[in-house]
Design a protein. Structure first.
Ligand code: ZN
Length: 330
C-alpha cells in the first residue's frame, strides 16, 4: 500500500514536471491533482467513491457537524474559492455556507447542486402550519434569494433515500467529467457504475427490512423534518417533529410540543428518532413525559466517526433503516 502510494506520487511529480516543461504549470508540484471540494461529509464520501485517485477530494464538514449551521473556517473558504469543482447538497441545506458558495460561484468555480438531479419534495405541510416563529428571518433580510429558505420550499434532505442518491451520483459523475479537464472518463464511469450498483442493492435491502414492519406501525416522529424522502420511498407516515421545520436552526414551541405529546400517546408511537448531529434534549424530555417511548439516534445528516456503524454513506443508511425498523417492531 505504502509503496504503491509512493509510486503514485512519483508518477504524478513526473507528470507535473512534464506539464510544466510544456508550459502548462497550473498548480504547484504538491498539488498536482485537481481538487474537488464537497460541502457535506455524506456527499464527500459519495464523491470519493466516484473519483478514486483521480481527484483530490476535500470535505468541508467534519463528522458530527450540523449541516444547517456549519460555518467554514478561513482556510476552508480559501479551499472552496480555489476548487476545480464544488459539489454541494443544495436547496439551501448548507445555511451557514450560502454566501461562501455564492461568492465561489460568482468567481468562476463550477458548482453542482446534487439535489438538482432528483425528484424533489416539499416539506410536510401538516407540521408546517404550526410554525409561527420566523423571527430569525430578519437576519437574512438582505439576502433576497434566500429570504424564505428551508421553510416553505423544497426539502433538501434527499440523501435519506438511497434510490435518489443513485440518481444524484450519476449526475455528479457527469458534472465532474464535463468540468475537470483531463479526468479519466473510463475510470470515473466504471467507479460510478459500481457505486450505483451498491446503492441499488442497498435500496432493495432497506425495502425488504421495511416489509417486516406492519403497515400501521410505519410512523415517524423525528427531531426535525429530515426523513421526508425516506418516508416517500418506503411508505412511512410522518406523525410529527419536535422542531416543526426542516432546519435544526429553528426552535420548537411549547404549544406544539404539547400537541405532539398528545399525538404520540393517542397513536401509541413507540419511538422518537433524533439526529446524531444535533441535541436530543427535547426528545428526551418528551419521552420522559409521554412514557414508554424510545429515543433512537440516527445518522440523519452526518456520517458517524470511523469506527462507528455509520462511517460511510452505505453503512449510515443501512444502520438507520435497521434502527428504525427494529424500533417500530419490524
Ligand atoms: Zn436537517
Amino acid at each position: 500500500m505504502k509503496s504503491s502510494k509512493f509510486f503514485g506520487i512519483a508518477i504524478s511529480m513526473i507528470v507535473s514536471l512534464f506539464a510544466s516543461a510544456c508550459g502548462n504549470d497550473e498548480g504547484s508540484l504538491e498539488a498536482n491533482r485537481p481538487t474537488v471540494v464537497v460541502t457535506t461529509n455524506i456527499l464527500g464520501d459519495v464523491v470519493r467513491n466516484l473519483v478514486g485517485d483521480e481527484l483530490e477530494v476535500i470535505t468541508i464538514m467534519p463528522v458530527g457537524a450540523n449541516p444547517h449551521d456549519f460555518q467554514a473556517s478561513a482556510k476552508q473558504v480559501a479551499e472552496i474559492s480555489k476548487a476545480a469543482a464544488l459539489v454541494v447538497n443544495g436547496a439551501d441545506f448548507e445555511e451557514g455556507l450560502l454566501d461562501v458558495i455564492d461568492s465561489a460561484s460568482m468567481n468562476g468555480v463550477r458548482v453542482f447542486e446534487a439535489i438538482s438531479a432528483v425528484k424533489q419534495l416539499d416539506y410536510n405541510k401538516n407540521d408546517h402550519t404550526d410554525h409561527t416563529d420566523h423571527a430569525d428571518h430578519a437576519d437574512h433580510a438582505d439576502h433576497a434569494d434566500h429570504a424564505d429558505h428551508a421553510h416553505d420550499g423544497v426539502d433538501p434532505h434527499f440523501f435519506t433515500d438511497p434510490a435518489r442518491m443513485a440518481v444524484a451520483v450519476k449526475a455528479i459523475s457527469d458534472f465532474l467529467i464535463a468540468t475537470i479537464e483531463g479526468i479519466d472518463i473510463a475510470v470515473l464511469r466504471s467507479n460510478t457504475n459500481a457505486y450505483v450498483g451498491k446503492l441499488e442493492a442497498l435500496d432493495a435491502e432497506v425495502a425488504a427490512m421495511v416489509e417486516g414492519v406492519p403497515e400501521e406501525r410505519r410512523v415517524l416522529v423525528t427531531n426535525h423534518q429530515v426523513f421526508g424522502y425516506f418516508a416517500d420511498r418506503y411508505g412511512f407516515e410522518f406523525v410529527g417533529t419536535i422542531i416543526p421545520t426542516g432546519s435544526t436552526a429553528d426552535g420548537a414551541s411549547a404549544q406544539q410540543l404539547t400537541k405532539l405529546s398528545k399525538t404520540i400517546k393517542e397513536e401509541k408511537v413507540p419511538a422518537i428518532f433524533t439526529d446524531t448531529s444535533s441535541s436530543d434534549q427535547l426528545a428526551q424530555t418528551l419521552a420522559a413525559e409521554t412514557g414508554q417511548i424510545q429515543v433512537v439516534k440516527l445518522y440523519s445528516e452526518s456520517l458517524g466517526n470511523e469506527d462507528s456503524d455509520g462511517s460511510d454513506y452505505l453503512e449510515m443508511v443501512r444502520t438507520n433503516a435497521t434502527r428504525i425498523t427494529t424500533a417500530l417492531g419490524g
